[in-house]
Design a protein. Sequence first.
Length: 756
Amino acid sequence: MASKPSKLMLKRASILLMIVLVLGFGTGILRLAKLQLVDGETYRQKAELQQLGDSSIQALRGTIYDSNGRVLAQSATAWKVFIDPSNINVETKGKTEAEIEAALEVKRELIADGLSRILGVDKESVLEKSRKTSSGYQKIKGEVELTAKNEISAFISENKLFDCIGIEPDTKRYYPYNSLASTIIGFTGTDDVGIEGLEYKYNSVLTGVPGRVITAKNGTLGSMPIEYTATYEAQQGTSLVLTIDETIQGLLENELEKARTSAQANAAYGLVMDVETGAILAMSNQPDYDLNQPYTVLDADVQAEIDGITDPTEKNQAVSNARQAQWRNRTISDTYEPGSVFKVITLAAALEEGIVDESTSFYCRGGIQVADNYIRCHKREGHGAQNLQKGLMNSCNPFFITIGQKLGVEKFCEYFEAFGFTEATGIDLSGEATPTPGITYHTQDKMGISQLSSCSFGQTFQISPIQMITAIAAIANDGKLMQPYIVEKQLDEAGNVIKQTEPTVKRQVVSESTSEKVLEMMEAVVSSGTGKNAYVPGFHVAGKTGTSQKIGAGNGKYVSSFSCVAPADDPEVAILITIDEPVGQINGGQIAAPVAATLIEEIMTYLSIEPEYTEEEQNLIDVAAPALTGRTVADAKEIAHDRNLSVRVIGKGENVIKQIPSFGQTMPRNGVVILYTENQEEGTTTVPDFTGMSLSVARKSANNLGLNIKISGNAFTGSDILAYSQDIAKDTEVKYGTVVTVYFKSYSGVSDSLYG
């Protein structure tokens, strides 16, 4: 029989048990304290992640408007489609695991089939996402439009997939005008972040505040019913109102593209600036791209070259290069030698310093010796004796070399800097080229007589188009250099102005009197000099042509340009037209000035600036058609002839029952009126090729064919004026009386370079 434990043993056992219990409770308390006080926040966050689903609602991006409130870029409500793999369930009662998995796979196939068909996404990708059963959220597609969203809703309802397919708010960026101002506006990526242009520059401003959808999860990590969901609405981003005028922008783009095509040029780009404020009214690069399809290469020739590349790596690089080229805003990011356009800067500086005046004369013998180089004038035989105005009209290089040498290195560099050529303009766009001392322009300490001489007529340095037009606008703006800008104001969601851009005078470069003198001489360039193809009846235009050989581009690569101000007697706008690498005619006076002329006429009309015609110009201005209907043919002819109009009679009746153009309708002076004397269909005729015809020959040809021609461009400043383009293609069948716009220009006396 075992002995009973002694009292001492029991006491020791009790003490040991108490120690164990105290240690156990103590450890538990310490562990609990650590969990609550030390690791509590970590575990709380983990619990929230398991218990709550948190997804973002994309905010509507701010709208971009033109200066008249037309929408250029806008975000619209769209939808995002997602699936919840954790909630893809099937009936499990009485089924084996293999049978359950097979049924789940059938349901996944159903989901993948429907979503891929409606949304145009890859089926295998949807299937792969549907198998991620530990996930409660898998995005299938964003920016889904209403039609597709409704199809998805019907698909969900039809197949009772409410728990595993979801639709939530999203946004999509739209560009109503497609390619209009594409290199200004830029575009966003799939994440609604700006990639190019203003979309990139102002991304933080345009981006709104995202909303949130917080959803409770059940024990298996599936989503709880809708009543357990909290939604926090997104806040729209700030909107931008631009200085860009959609109408003027469209005019500029249209004329640049026609010029690029006609000149077979690499590119054409241009700017229209408000002289008084520095606001950019239009800015264009051609070729451009479609903002709604930014990755598509629109230039057919470039795309054809890409299609011909067989090596995959080389092809991908070519595609990337083509996209970057069409996205690039050349007006601010590219630099070029301005050529003779720059002569007005040299002239302004010399006039301001009193080194020259209107009576200063120079005899051009066809060239000038500068150090070891003989620099030719574009007129090899020389211009002979010229005063200052004639020197600018003739774009005489030796004359301006002489002026530059009189000005001297120090003063030349002083005005070069004052006009803004040593610094970026600071325009509110990304990618502006930054001038680099010693690389893009000569520094004062490194400028010798040769560099000074070449710089005086716009060679051996590089500037950007935005710098050039800003300097030209300063001359037109009483000598005040303005800060260029493109965003006029910022608006909140309610349309209230929260930030306004005020015109900023950077500095006074030259005096008002110097400004007036330079403008007068620039006007003579257009009326009688190398810029005469920019002549516009009824308007005073001051301009300067330019042609330069591209540095490092090899022989035969040129930049042709023309810069002008209109109206010269009360400047409103400054315009710069640049044609990059034209083929055939290369002088700015030949191919850039006519573009400016068309633009000036269109812009002045749009701005309601009334023309003031000379007596000579009045002879070519459109007139109102007389009232001839109801009269006898004989009377109608007499009335028409008294107004210097021709007539064509169709029919054998004695009285006019119909006329084209109708009474009061505007028609070209010296045009033709079609008289119908019987009820019959209107007759037709074929448009001829007017190209190369003089004004008188073109008129006669048109009248003989029963057509009217509207004269556009330079038809007043010389006997060598010939037609170079028309708005209705030759061989087109048109009705009698149709008005064909024919463009004229001079082919002599417009050269300003050694190259053509």
